[in-house]
Ligand binder design. Sequence first.
Ligand code: HEM
Ligand SMILES: [Ca+2]
Length: 376
Amino acid sequence: MAFSSILPIVALAISTVKAAPASQNAVCSDGTVVSNSVCCDFIPLAQDLTETLFENQCGETAHEVLRLSFHDAIAISQSLGPAAGGGADGSMLIFPNVEPNFAANLGISDSVNDLAPFLASGKFPTITAGDMIQFGAAVAVGLCPGAPQLEFLAGRPNATAPAVDGLIPEPQNTVDEILARFQDAANLTSEDIVSLLVSHTVARADHVDPTLDAAPFDSTPFTFDTQFFLETLLTGVGFPGTPNNTGEVSSPLPLTVGDNVGELRLQSDFELARDNRTACFWQSMINEEALMASRFQAAMSKMAIIGHNRADLIDCSAVVPTPVPALNKPATFPATKSFADVQQACPSPFPSLTSDRAPRETEIPHCPDNEATCTS
Ligand code: HEM
Ligand SMILES: [Ca+2]
C-alpha cells in the first residue's frame, strides 16, 4: 500500500532526471545560448574576474591564475593511485594550507588568495573550486592578445583531500623526469608538454631568483606570441639578477634597469628547447602564432579535465569570453640578436626573421601597455 503510493513519485523523479539532457539548450539572461542552464552562472563570474581581479589586463594576476590551473591539474599520479591527488579538483582552494606550502608551489598562494574570495562570496553558489580555477584560467588567458578561446567544461566535484608533495614539475628537473611526470599524471606526451608550455609566453618569475620581482620568460610577457620559443633558443649571455639560482640558466636578454627586469631563463625551458625529443616541435612554434594558439587550446582541454571523465562534464565553452584580438606582429629577433645567436637543435629549416632595430639590448617593460607605473 505504502509502496504503491510512493511509486508514481519515484517514477516522476526519475523521468525528470532523464529529461534533463533533452532540455539541453538554454538562453542566459544576456542572450548567450548555452548547452545547459548551469553554464549561465559563469557569465557574471567572468565579468567579475575580468574587471575586479584581472583589471582587464594580461598582467600579474592573470598570469598567476593560469599557473594555478596547471598546479591544481597536474597533482595526480597513476602510479601512486587516487590518494595522491585528484587532478583539476580545486584542492588548492579547498585546502589552502596544504599544497600551496609545497616548495614547487612557491608563489601559488597569491592566486589562491585571489580566487578564494570569489568562491566564498556566496555570489556563485553553484560553482565548484575546480571549476573556478579552470574557468579563471580561461578568462585570464583570453586577456592576452593572441590567445585562443579555451574550451570550458563545468561540473568538477570538489576535492575531498589535498594532493601529496612531489607532483609539480620543477625547473631543475631533467627532461626525462618532466616527460615521466606528465605521463604518470595523465598520459600527456612530449608534444602536449611543449603545447602547455606556450603559457610561458605570458609569464614572469618571482621566486626563482628571490632578489627579482617579475622576471619575464620572454621579451613580451603581456602578449601571447611566439617570442618565448624563439628567445629560449638564443645563446645565454648572463643573469637578470643573481647568478646560479636553482633551476635557472643564463638568458640572452639579462639587462635589468630599475623595475624593468631582464629575461630569466628556466633550466627546464632551456633543455626542452634543445632535447631531441622536443626540439623540432619547439622550433615549429616560432612565428606560427595561430598554430601555437590552437595547439595550446587542445592541450589545455586535456589538462583542464585531468582526474575527470569528459562525459561527466557539461560543455560551457559558450560562456568563455571572446579573447582580445591578436596583435599579428611577426616574431622578430630582439635588438642586437640575429640568427647567429640561435642554438638550433632541430634540423628543419629555421624560419627567416628580421631583427628589431635598436642600438642596444631590448629593455623589457615591467608594466603592461607601456604604463609608467603599475600595481603588479
Ligand atoms: C615543465 C613544466 C613546468 C615547469 C618546470 C614550470 C616552472 C615554472 C616556474 C619555476 C615559474 C616561476 C614561478 C615564480 O618564480 O614565480 C613558472 C611560472 C609560470 N608558469 Fe610554469 N612551469 C611548467 C609548466 C607550466 C604549465 C604547463 C603552465 C600552464 C599551462 C605554466 C604556467 C606558468 C605561468 C602562467 C607562470 C607565470 C606566473 C606569473 O607570472 O606569476 N607552467 N613556471
Ligand atoms: Ca610573450
